[in-house]
Write a protein that binds this ligand. Structure first.
Ligand code: PEP
Ligand code: MG
Length: 580
């Protein structure tokens, strides 16, 4: 039966394919006690779960044998060793017998206890092994809970991924060739998984309540990432309608192709720098293809997120050099690690903080992990010899942090001098303005920074006290709330007074209806998600700066987000009707 759900549109486009339903990664097993007579049955279930898991893993290892690297095989071997360990199985069975609990609860409790033990070991290599224990736990729980293993890595045909939740790392590992669309129960418009989906160009809708429970694997699913609608098992009329939408979407994309080679210049001749946001070096090519002028935000933490081990200085260098190669004479803004909050290293993944968005995140994390920070800075500086690199520090809240980060960078420069290694001695160092604290002290921060980039995703969340990834409060999250706009205006004015460049790299810059407002507020550099470059460029080329100033003046005088939003939408519709 057809199921229609309205959620939050996070990545535009339409996809129609069979559903691949992914398990919730983190099972929570309630403690259920059993009748003493049941114990023998539960112990038997433990035994067969181990048998199933070993068989599954052996098959997987054999299938991977040819293609995979030694590293993958090593991981399989470690997991198999755990599963074949008799004392582990005995400990779980003993718990079922002595405490009369279900097999799944005993598996869950025993493995979590072991994982916690690993997590607290100071040695990084050992504490990272906690990830393996969780993987083994999931493998054992899946047969016990009667869930089939759905494996995205082994997709051989196009599919729509349906899940309760996806981590940024999971989303980043999707192959665009097979993953056609994404639909998740939770999430917000600027959560990092959504950002990754956008930059991969995969249509996505989030905040769909219990959609993942309504869909059966193999159902046909339509993801309408432009309107924020998903449909499972569509009827023939709906299918016909959506096939037509798909044609229209392609037609718009083709029309916009014409604009790619043109400059991002307003009708009255103001040149705007239209840059791209990337998470991986490979995306730099997309930015170039779409007609972007350089890289305005390279989210380097993804280098950390997709590997089990920390990247080496050469891993960093190679990634940066690869990006610069695509834009040898254009700006490439490399942001230092923005780890923490919803982006954990493999090691920290199982040590959640109480309030992670207010916790040890970003520049704070770097300043407390100096060897890691210095390794990254050294690689960025080495890469700066090959292009026009700019360094950017995220989540600044006070002057001290900028000074400290710059001091560390100077240390690294001295080391490079001593080693006779080349780097750009005039490399520009800027900061992200993405906290109200930084916005309100922008005038003094501007004396320490060569440029500002406004991170509206975080600025909105911290100003409005609305978690950017929480669907329960998503209607309160808007970058055009008067409070946020006033801060943006302050930042731009202070940057102008200090004569430093100011850009916007938050998702706000990728929204067609906000372009006129941002230009009108004085922004001359926008950094956007690569697939949106042509559309944003088309808008820039269709307006005059004077029109934009008028729009901004009107908006700043308004005191309701609803009015601002609808005013901006109607203005953008006048400019580019076919996009809406
Ligand atoms: C922002 O906060 O607006 C930003 C660009 O950084 P990120 O989305 O990576 O937090
Ligand atoms: Mg941010």
């Amino acid at each position: 039966m057809m199921v229609i759900r309205k959620g939050i549109a996070v990545s535009p486009g339409i996809s129609i394919a069979e559903a691949l339903v992914i398990d919730c990664e983190d099972y929570r097993i309630p403690c259920r006690t059993i009748e003493p007579g049941q114990r023998i049955v539960e112990v038997q279930r433990v035994r067969s779960a181990f048998k199933d898991a070993v068989r599954e893993l052996t098959e997987l290892a054999a299938a991977q044998d040819q293609a995979s690297t030694g590293k993958v095989q090593d991981i399989f071997a470690v997991h198999l060793r755990f599963l074949r360990d008799r004392s582990l199985r005995k400990e779980i069975s003993d718990m079922v017998r002595s405490q009369s609990v279900t097999a799944e609860y005993a598996v869950y409790t025993v493995l979590r206890r072991i994982a916690a033990h690993f997590t607290h070991v100071k040695d990084a290599y050992i504490s990272e092994r906690a990830a393996d224990i969780y993987d083994v736990e999931r493998r054992l729980l899946r047969p016990l809970l009667g869930r089939r293993r759905e494996d995205v890595d082994h997709l051989t045909k196009e599919a729509v991924i349906v899940a309760r939740e996806l981590s940024p790392t999971q989303t980043a590992s999707f192959k665009k060739q097979f993953v056609n669309g994404i639909a998740t129960d939770v999430g917000g418009r600027t959560s990092h998984s959504a950002i990754v989906a956008r930059s991969l160009g995969i249509p996505a809708v989030v905040a769909l309540e219990d959609f993942s429970e309504q869909v059966r694997p193999g159902d046909t699913v339509i993801v309408d990432g432009s309107r924020g609608i998903v449909i499972a098992d569509p009827d023939p009329t709906t299918m016909t309608e959506y096939r037509r939408y798909l044609q229209e979407f392609y037609a718009l994309e083709q029309r916009l192709d014409a604009v790619k080679a043109e400059p991002a210049m307003t009708r009255d001749g103001t040149r705007i720098d239209l840059l791209g946001n990337i998470e991986f070096p490979e995306e730099a090519e997309d930015v170039l293809d779409k007609g972007g002028d350089g890289i305005g935000l390279y989210r380097t933490e993804f280098l950390y997120l997709s590997h089990e081990t920390d990247p080496t200085e050469d891993d960093h260098y190679n990634a940066y050099a690869k990006t610069i190669q695509v834009f040898p004479s254009r700006p490439v803004v490399i942001r230092t690690f923005d780890l923490g909050a919803d982006k954990y290293t493999q090691r920290k993944r199982f040590m959640p903080e109480r309030n992670p968005f207010l916790g040890l995140r970003s520049i704070r994390y770097c300043l407390q992990n100096l060897p890691m920070f210095k390794t990254q800075l050294r690689a960025i500086l080495r890469a700066s010899a090959t292009g026009k690199v700019k360094v950017m520090f995220p989540l600044i809240t006070n002057l001290q942090e900028v000074r400290q980060a710059k001091l560390i960078m100077r240390d690294v420069m001295e080391d490079l001098d001593e080693d006779g290694i080349a780097y750009d001695k005039d490399v520009q160092v800027g900061i992200m303005v993405e906290t109200p604290a930084a916005a309100l002290t922008a005038a003094s921060l501007a004396r320490e920074a060569d440029f500002f980039s406004i991170g509206t995703n975080d600025l909105t969340q911290y100003t409005l006290a609305v978690d950017r990834g929480n669907e329960l409060v998503s209607t309160l999250y808007s970058a055009v709330e008067p409070a946020v706009l006033r801060l943006i205006r302050t930042i731009v004015q202070d940057a102008y007074k200090a004569r430093i460049e100011v850009s916007v790299c938050g998702e706000m810059a990728s929204e067609p209806e906000y372009v006129m407002l941002l230009l009108g507020l004085g922004i001359k550099t926008l950094s956007v998600t690569p697939p949106m470059i042509p559309e944003i460029k088309q808008i820039i080329r269709s307006v005059t700066l004077e029109q934009c100033h008028l729009v901004a003046r009107k908006v700043i005088a308004m005191n309701s987000e609803r009015h601002i939003s609808s005013f901006l939408r109607s203005k953008a519709r006048e400019i580019l009707p076919e996009a809406f």
